[in-house]
Design a protein around this ligand. Structure first.
Ligand SMILES: Cc1ncc(COP(=O)(O)O)c(C=O)c1O
Length: 378
């Protein structure tokens, strides 16, 4: 692969130009809709590009003390923080690095109420369950029956609790604005009275506005109408949309095994350790120069991860040429929910992290070694 000639595999390679294109598009939505858009760190936390992200977006959202600290340290901004449950020993530290904090339940709010009613530095909110989601995979759907995420509408008595200024919901995953419209119908129906009392509404993530075909005009109109109707500040906190299709995972074929008629190209990366969503969602990632569905006459290979997990592979891809040890395999769109989720299972080598600059130069900004593996254990 000439584009990646000279870089040692394995490596996540971010294309700076593609990231900037996404950021420009998102900023135009933010400006036209007159809302705030922030980066969800859980999806993309490559902090070496936080200065770039800050040029276009309003900040970032955290789901833990450590994410909030990273935002504060590397973006120079206070975080919007929502934790599924706050750890008591972390709470004051999170307050120190957050401008917004949302609770996941009313009982949790009650426990921290003295902070809520006495702090003027943090604006507090409650995450609610809007009662509708288009997300088909339960693993990613926060609105399934009995969901532990967000307060159902019948827990409220018609008033926002004392000191609570905002409402937060998250009900989308790689969805379009028409899914948001349906969520809003349910959210307004169930929480309309509370929305009128709120200063801000955080509509979570899952707004995949950088996907080709996304109707940004429709999104902008939806948000403007909502803002006018309720006179609230609106915050969106996408993760995937920021890093969508902005880079690859470069890998190398180590071996080709042929067992019972199945050829597997063994790679120097692992699906479970470096691309876990491919197995969790599951989905089959695009591979440069290969067909997802093999065509007649093509060379057909499974792509095998380097861990001992039997299922650490992707089923057949079609290649025009036979694969040999040393060939590069480029797995596409591997910037979001990858680096943030990696493990060192089996002690596998963690891919290095690199940036392809606008002029085509590639800077390897972080490499990993034995010490990184050892230091996670004791
Ligand atoms: C509360 C919350 N906000 C934002 C996001 C980011 O979502 P996405 O990366 O799909 O845009 C998530 C993802 O799980 C989330 O749970």
């Amino acid at each position: 692969m000439t584009k990646y000639k000279g870089i040692e595999s394995p490596a996540y390679v971010l294309d700076e130009t593609l990231l900037i294109n996404n950021l420009k598009l998102i900023k135009s939505v933010k400006d036209e809709a007159d809302i705030s858009i922030i980066l969800a760190l859980k999806g993309f936390a490559m902090w070496s590009v936080f200065p770039l992200v800050s040029e276009y977006l309003d900040g970032a959202t955290a789901s833990s003390l450590h994410e909030a600290m990273l935002i504060h340290e590397k973006m120079g901004k206070k975080a919007h923080t929502y934790c599924a449950a706050y750890v008591p020993r972390d709470f004051e530290a999170i307050m120190g690095v957050s401008a917004y904090m949302s609770f996941n339940s009313l009982s949790e709010y009650e426990r921290y109420k003295p902070y809520v009613t006495s702090s003027s530095d943090v604006s507090f909110g409650i995450r609610v369950n809007p009662g509708y989601s288009d997300v088909g995979t339960d693993l990613y759907n926060p609105c399934t029956p009995g969901s532990r995420l967000g307060v159902p509408y019948d827990h409220f008595d018609g008033e926002l609790p004392d000191g609570i200024e905002g409402l937060h919901f998250h009900a989308l995953c790689e969805n379009d604005s028409y899914s948001l419209e349906r969520v809003l119908l349910s959210f307004e129906d169930k929480f309309g009275r509370l929305i009128h009392q709120a200063k801000w509404v955080n509509m979570g993530g899952g707004h995949l506005m950088t996907r080709v075909g996304y109707d940004t005009k429709h999104l902008i109109q939806l948000l403007r109408d909502f803002k006018t109707k309720y006179n609230v500040d609106i915050i969106l906190e996408p993760g995937s949309a920021i890093a969508w299709q902005t880079g690859d995972l470069l890998s190398t074929v180590l071996d080709v095994v042929d067992n019972q008629g199945v050829k597997t190209a063994m790679l120097d990366v692992s699906f479970t350790a470096h691309m876990p969503d491919t197995l969790e969602m599951p989905y089959k990632p695009l591979v440069e120069g290969a067909d997802l569905e093999p065509k007649p006459g093509q060379h057909v290979y499974r792509l095998g991860g380097m861990s001992c997990l039997s299922g650490d592979y992707m089923s057949e891809y079609g290649f025009d040429q036979p694969l040999n040890p040393g060939d590069h395999i480029v797995l596409k769109d591997m910037m979001h929910y990858t680096m943030v989720k990696t493990t060192t299972f089996n002690g596998v080598q963690h891919p290095s992290i690199a940036i392809m600059r606008k002029n085509g130069d590639i800077d390897v900004i972080r490499t990993f070694g034995y010490e990184d593996y050892k230091n996670r254990l004791s």
